[in-house]
Design a protein around this ligand. Structure first.
Ligand SMILES: C[S@@+](CC[C@H](N)C(=O)[O-])C[C@H]1O[C@@H](n2cnc3c(N)ncnc32)[C@H](O)[C@@H]1O
Length: 429
């Protein structure tokens, strides 16, 4: 794979482009490896991350996800024998990504298997639980204080206590992740309360599924070679100055899905009893939250001009450009509450960051030459219209500009069309 410097086309064989497009548009359910450890909101498909890694990198290359969320990119990079780095502002994202990328030894897996056969027995409504009073005082049980909820609270406390008895930090975090996923199933977005019997069953099923995933990841790493994965809990803005990043080689691929402009996604809360928000997932992960929604979504959704959003995305992507080199490909999956207004502004922001858009030649016949996909039935809340039942996502390709953003300003009077179809080129090689 190489990138043509002159015509802004991604140079990939047609069949590789077709595979990438099919993967981006795939609606296959998320499964395999450790992807099922947590349902991270607005996660992208592992099929898409895998296809981007296959198309643009070779074994041993560095893959970066600067808004790593639940770690989909890192799991796929690790399984494919690539080095991975993920960055996220959220401690919950850090927790989930780290547990999903951990390679457990056979002895650890045996110990976790033993635990998974017993964890349901730890839940007994007639026995006392150890209340997590520090978290309770900090408000982490918000909206779970309803009298009907005491059983589920107790069941969660008892299963956390069982996970903590696993002893080592690596095993305890796996156990906590089992509780996190099971409690997400029991509480988040449900119209009907789950019974304690169901919770006990799901604890066992979840831990067995997760063990299977951890074994698959271990086998993939054994087959494809083991490379490191780093998760940084911080903002991507300024990463070029971080001690863990300075001196690091440039990533060969950046694949990411940043927060979407004007689209409200609850990354850091679960919703109970309708739309009441609870920070409980942080308590289960043994992390602290302390920030409002706009911290995680890069903006204030009450501000329709989205100035905060665009300032934040520019800061993040300028730092990505600062650590990229001429061979780095940047692939983003993004959606908009109003694509007509926001897409041009988003592309301008990327240009101002020193990133040049590239097009997939095989898409030259499509409306704007870009890779769109439809997303049926997502729980998104856009500013304009309240709940949007479905939406469109866009995959953008960029590379580091060979001229600086200030030099690009000079060309503004004579903009180059970015769509190869508009330039009437024969895009297939
Ligand atoms: C759409 S999610 C990523 C989902 C991910 N692709 C997956 O498959 O799980 C966007 C993430 O960006 C993170 N984020 C928001 N602002 C950030 C910033 N300034 N730096 C790094 N991450 C940020 C959010 O916390 C959220 O986890």
């Amino acid at each position: 794979m190489y990138i043509s410097r002159n015509n802004r086309l991604v140079q990939l064989p047609d069949d590789a482009q077709d595979a990438l497009i099919a993967a981006a548009r795939s609606s296959a359910p998320v499964r395999g490896l450790t992807h099922g450890f947590y349902k991270y909101p607005a996660r992208f498909s592992p099929v898409f991350a895998r296809a981007a890694i296959q198309a643009f990198t070779s074994p041993g290359d560095l893959v970066l996800d600067p808004h790593v969320g639940g770690g989909t990119t890192l799991v796929e990079a690790l399984a494919a024998g690539r080095e991975g780095m993920g960055v996220d502002i959220s401690t919950l994202a850090e927790f989930v990504s780290t547990v999903k990328c951990r390679i457990y030894s056979e002895a650890e897996l045996d110990r976790l298997e033993w635990w998974s056969d017993r964890v349901a027995n730890a839940v007994d409504i007639h026995r006392p639980s150890i209340a997590l009073t520090d978290y309770e005082e900090l408000g982490y049980y918000k909206h779970l204080d309803h009298p009907d909820r005491w059983r589920m609270r107790k069941a969660i406390e008892q299963s956390i206590a069982s996970a903590m008895k696993l002893g080592t930090p690596r095993l305890v975090s796996f156990g906590r992740c089992v509780v996190l996923r099971s409690a997400q199933w029991a509480l988040d977005g449900r119209s009907k309360q789950a019974t304690i019997e169901d919770f006990r069953r799901v604890l066992t099923e979840t831990s067995k599924d997760m063990l299977q995933g951890a074994r698959e990841l271990r086998a993939a790493v054994k087959a494809n070679g083991r490379h490191g994965v780093t998760v940084l809990r911080r903002s991507t803005a300024g990463i070029e100055h971080d001690d863990d990043v300075r001196g690091m080689r440039a990533p060969r691929l950046v694949v990411t899905s940043p927060p979407y402009p004007g689209v409200h996604v609850l990354y850091h809360r679960w919703q109970v009893d309708g739309r009441k928000e609870t920070p409980l997932p942080f308590m289960i992960a043994n992390k602290l939250d302390g920030s409002g929604a706009s911290y995680y979504t890069m903006g204030d959704r009450k501000n329709p001009r989205l100035d905060n959003y665009f300032a934040n995305i520019k800061a993040s992507m300028s730092s990505v450009a600062a650590i990229a080199n001429k061979d780095t490909v940047v692939v983003q999956m993004i959606a908009f509450s109003d694509a007509r207004k926001q897409l041009p502004r988003y592309l301008e922001a990327m240009e101002a960051c020193g990133l040049t858009e590239m097009m997939l030649p095989v898409l030259k016949e499509e409306a704007d030459g870009r890779l769109w996909r439809s997303v049926p039935g997502r729980r998104w809340y856009s500013m304009q219209r309240g709940e949007t039942p479905g939406s469109q996502e866009l995959v953008l390709f960029h590379r580091k500009a060979t001229v600086s953003p200030s030099q690009l300003q000079v060309h503004r009077g004579h903009p180059l069309p970015t769509n190869p179809a508009a330039r009437g080129q024969s895009a297939r090689a």
